[in-house]
Design a protein around this ligand. Structure first.
Ligand code: BGP
Length: 468
């Protein structure tokens, strides 16, 4: 639908930007931090690991000052679980706790609302060595960690995100470094069940311990289109929407397994074991809002049985290769691609809002959205008009969704400042602030404002009225 007049962004809209601890902080073993599963992951050849990243752990004050200058009214970051509880279950690390107090205090002093991701891929290694999420004891470990966070920071932090991209950890864990190669589907969906239980316990704890606390899940969302209007293509798209999205959101919101997802799990021999009492835990509480990371949509067709085609497809967390007997991936001829091959679909963001809103009627928060590109620093400047175009087009679609009557509470573009990509090193940049380092040459790690910095500053200052 087209509108003659658009509704404005609401007062109090959270103009934010996002990062994740292991991709920005560095200081991977400083001040008592324990190793995480990511610290033992070998990045693809030619790309950096996460040991120094953007050195935010030591430069957080300078970084927060930049975020304040940018005009952010909110900032999404993650807390590193192994910085707080180094071995996942034992003593709390006071130095780790103190670091996030300093960071949160700096944000609050600048009038920036903290949005905290409690767990963004970096499971404590000690837990992984005891079976990770396949071990039910990890549910208790997470619940205890959640309680530590709510008690420590609950007076200062109102917005909480339980688990970043749980669906991508299940579907593409090997690519992003959260699943060991060769983990079976059965194991993955058992870990998924346990994460759901952990999340449900966090909902309860948050509501019990945080005054005015608001908590939600943060899956990745890549709305699935059928390649054609052939009814079997439509069903294939529906299947992937269920497997990729509704399985996770239905459990988070209503505490129930989507019946089509359950049928898929049974068909694949991957249905998890559900113990007595689990369903009560899942239905005991609900999220206050739904967060989602949005980069693109996906297009699929009915399964053709062409294994060679499927195996030839490049796959990562935003590009599925397809699944035998379920769907084939297809290219969308109407969409451009980034330098890294991800399709660009701003209108798909509006469609995603509608899909989530129609289904759940809960406030929605975009917790990631952005363009990875090979930015160039020349004479202290970074001209990134391609990023401005990308973000402008997506923000315009948010305003259309607001005009559709969808309750959108905020927008956190990825990323606030440059950081290390999940599996493509530092050359793939997303930030409003350039961090001067190469894959293996750390240089000075100096910060430079990109052109997109001044542009986003104007967007925020005008509460979204000036996107030009
Ligand atoms: C999401 C992750 C982020 C981030 C982003 C961009 O899946 O939540 O951690 O990295 O994708 O992905 P990449 O770094 O692979 O380009």
């Amino acid at each position: 639908m087209q509108y003659r007049e658009l509704k404005p962004f609401p007062d109090g809209f959270l103009w934010s930007a996002a990062t994740a601890a292991y991709q920005i902080e560095g200081a991977w073993d400083a001040d008592g931090k324990g190793p995480s599963i990511i610290d033992t992951w070998t990045p693809p050849e030619g790309t950096s690991d996460f040991t120094v990243a953007s050195d935010h752990y030591h430069r957080y004050a300078e970084d927060v000052a930049l975020l304040a200058e940018l005009g952010l009214t909110a900032y999404r970051f993650s807390i590193s679980w192994p910085r707080i509880i180094p071995d996942g279950t034992g003593e709390v690390n006071p130095a780790g706790v103190a670091f996030y107090h300093r960071l949160i205090d700096a944000l609050v002093e600048h009038g920036i609302e903290p949005i905290v991701t409690m767990y963004h891929f970096d499971l404590p290694l000690a837990l992984d060595q005891q079976g990770g999420w396949s071990n039910r004891a990890t549910i208790d470990a997470y619940a205890r960690y959640a309680e530590v966070l709510f008690r420590e920071y609950g007076e200062k932090v109102k917005y909480w995100l339980t688990i970043n991209e749980q669906n991508n950890m299940i579907l593409y864990g090997e690519v992003i470094g959260t699943a060991r190669p060769g983990t079976t589907k059965r194991e993955l969906y058992q870990t998924n069940h346990h994460m759901m239980l952990a999340q449900a316990r966090a909902f309860r704890l948050c509501h019990a311990l945080v005054p005015d606390g608001r908590i939600g899940p943060a899956p990745n969302f890549a709305l699935v289109y059928p390649e054609t209007c052939h009814p079997l293509d439509v069903l294939a798209a529906d299947d992937l929407n269920v497997i990729r999205h509704w399985l996770y959101f239905d459990l988070a919101v209503d505490g129930v397994y989507n019946s089509i997802a359950w049928a898929y799990l049974e068909e694949k021999g991957a249905a998890p074991e559900i113990l007595p009492g689990d369903l009560e835990i899942l239905t005991a509480d609900r999220p206050d809002f739904l967060a989602f990371n949005y980069y693109n949509t996906q297009t699929v067709a009915r399964p053709s049985g062409d294994d060679a085609e499927r195996q030839s497809r490049v796959a990562d967390q935003q590009m599925s290769p397809g699944e035998e007997g379920v769907y084939d991936s297809a290219d969308n001829p109407y969409l451009a691609r980034t330098e890294f091959g991800w399709e660009v679909d701003p209108i798909g963001l509006r469609a995603s809002f509608r899909a989530l809103w129609n289904r759940y009627r809960l406030p929605l928060l975009v917790t990631e959205n952005g363009l990875g590109a090979f930015d160039r620093l020349i004479d202290g400047q970074v001209h990134d008009p391609y990023r401005i175009d990308y973000l402008r087009d997506h923000i315009a679609q948010i305003q259309l969704a607001i005009s559709d009557g969808v309750e959108v509470i905020g927008y956190c573009p990825w990323s606030a400042i440059d950081l290390v990509s999940t599996h493509q090193g530092v050359a793939k940049r997303y930030g409003f602030v350039y961090v001067d380092r190469d894959e293996f040459d750390l240089k000075e790690l100096a910060r430079y404002r990109k052109d997109s910095f001044a542009w986003y500053q104007r967007v925020i200052a005008s509460n979204g009225a000036e996107l030009g």
